[in-house]
Design a protein around this ligand. Structure first.
Ligand code: AMP
Ligand code: MG
Length: 419
């Protein structure tokens, strides 16, 4: 049984990122597609982006006021200075005149600075009468002028490959007029549920059967991770059928998630069939609770390599194992350059937490940030891996390390964020 942090590094070490395919440079091109900026939210940038525009594009005013020559107004604190207003410059207007000594231009926020002027006097510091404006106090030189290229110089790097595009990145790309972006294709993740007892949620439930919730849970988890779930349904516990289903999964995906059939029971055939299909098995069990049985294997196909996770069948175990081990692998494999590690935060548990101390234990609940502190509120009810019900509406897993049997109410706890 591998400790969780060792399993995590073995898994991350096995990941082939879409950004670094092992084969030809052709392979890397096949992993890249072009999308409209409007569809780019959450996608991962595949090429560096720079803009041909400077930001700001030209010198402009940060305030409503008057564009003046500093030398004309530097002493006007002692004696208010009247200037002739030669032009009005609203946003979007190209100034036509040059501000000469003794002159000013009326200017509005964001508008282009006229030639000759170097300073803005905000309108609150002025008095206007007809075509004369009196400057009441001396501004600082170059006050409220945003200079061309002050924020960004054309040609510099704007965004790097491996960036997960969010609203702020999309705002920048839109401003830079990059309306098509090059992103990694979505990672394809095949999902299959193993177990002769399973029925789909839309089928009548016969006595002794179990509803296949894992397919739905994993589909949602995979999609939330930005990958494309490929749903392959339920496979009974029969080696021949399992082999056929796994072979299809391996052909259609970059990663395969099966659930069930990885324990030591009489009908647990996943590891056997993986061996028959030529997989290299790297992990068979991990010291976490819930979620001890976890098979991690790789397949080297001629055209690609596939990472296989045989997750435990218990719905809670399958999900905890996903958050702890599969999600970081998906993030890294999808082409992200950083930030794939599990997101642990320090917090304070509101209840006492217990474990047998033998495996890294996860207990689910609500984590809320209250006055700068993460507070963990343990979900009520059973924390058996067979109980899925109280996992609903949780967003954090409190972690109890191996060797630790209790965390007192009010004590510090590490929390894995899952929401
Ligand atoms: P296994 O790992 O195959 O021994 O399954 C452990 C437990 O999880 C058994 O009670 C199974 O019936 C249940 N289980 C297995 N697969 C699923 C699934 N896809 N959805 C819901 N429960 C499952
Ligand atoms: Mg089973």
């Amino acid at each position: 049984m591998l400790p969780a942090n060792q399993a995590e590094s073995v898994i991350l070490g096995l990941v082939r990122s879409l950004a670094h395919p092992s084969k030809s440079s052709l392979g890397s091109q096949q992993n890249i597609e072009t999308v409209d900026l409007l569809s780019a939210n959450g996608r991962i940038l595949a090429s560096p982006v720079s803009s041909i525009l400077d930001f700001p594009h030209w010198d402009n005013s940060a305030m409503d006021g008057y564009a003046v020559r500093y030398e004309d107004v530097q002493h006007c604190g002692d004696r208010p200075t009247p200037l002739e207003v030669i032009e009005e410059i609203p946003a979007g207007y190209l100034p036509q005149k040059t501000v000469q000594s003794g002159q000013a231009a009326r200017i509005l926020t964001g508008s282009m600075m006229p030639k000759g002027a170097d300073t803005i006097v905000i309108q609150e510091e002025t008095q206007r009468e007809g075509n004369l404006v009196t400057i009441l106090s001396a501004p600082k030189p170059q006050a409220f002028v945003r200079h061309r290229a002050e924020f960004y110089k054309a040609g510099d790097s704007l965004l790097q490959p491996g960036t997960v595009l969010s609203a702020s990145d999309i705002a920048v790309l839109a401003a830079a007029q990059c309306i098509k972006v090059s992103v990694y294709r979505r990672l394809r993740v095949a999902i299959l549920s193993t177990g002769s007892e399973l029925v789909a949620p839309n089928q009548p439930l016969q006595p002794g059967q179990i509803v296949d919730s894992n397919q739905y849970a994993l589909a949602a988890l995979v999609a939330s991770a930005g990958a494309e779930p490929i749903l392959l349904g339920i496979v009974p516990d029969r080696p021949d059928e399992l082999k056929e289903a796994m072979a299809i999964a391996l052909r259609s995906a970059d990663m395969v998630l099966s659930s069930g059939g990885v324990s030591v029971g009489d009908y647990d055939y996943v590891d056997q069939v993986l061996g028959e299909l030529g997989a290299e098995i790297h992990i068979r069990a991990v010291a976490v609770k819930p979620g001890k049985p976890l098979t991690v294997a790789t397949f080297q196909n001629p055209e690609n390599s596939v990472l296989y996770f045989g997750l435990p069948g218990n719905p809670v175990s399958a999900m905890v194992t996903f958050w702890r081990f599969v999600l970081p692998a998906i993030k890294k494999m999808s082409g992200r350059s950083t930030g794939w590690e599990p997101r642990f935060v320090k917090g304070r548990s509101l209840q006492a937490l217990h474990s047998d101390g033998k495996r890294e234990t996860y207990l689910w609940g609500q984590v809320n940030l209250i006055e700068g502190e993460h507070q963990f509120h343990l979900a009520g009810g059973s924390h058996s891996s067979g109980n899925l019900i109280n996992l609903a509406q949780t967003n954090g897993l409190a972690m109890i390390s191996i060797g630790q049997t209790a965390i007192a109410a009010g004590a510090e706890v590490s929390i894995l964020q899952i929401g």
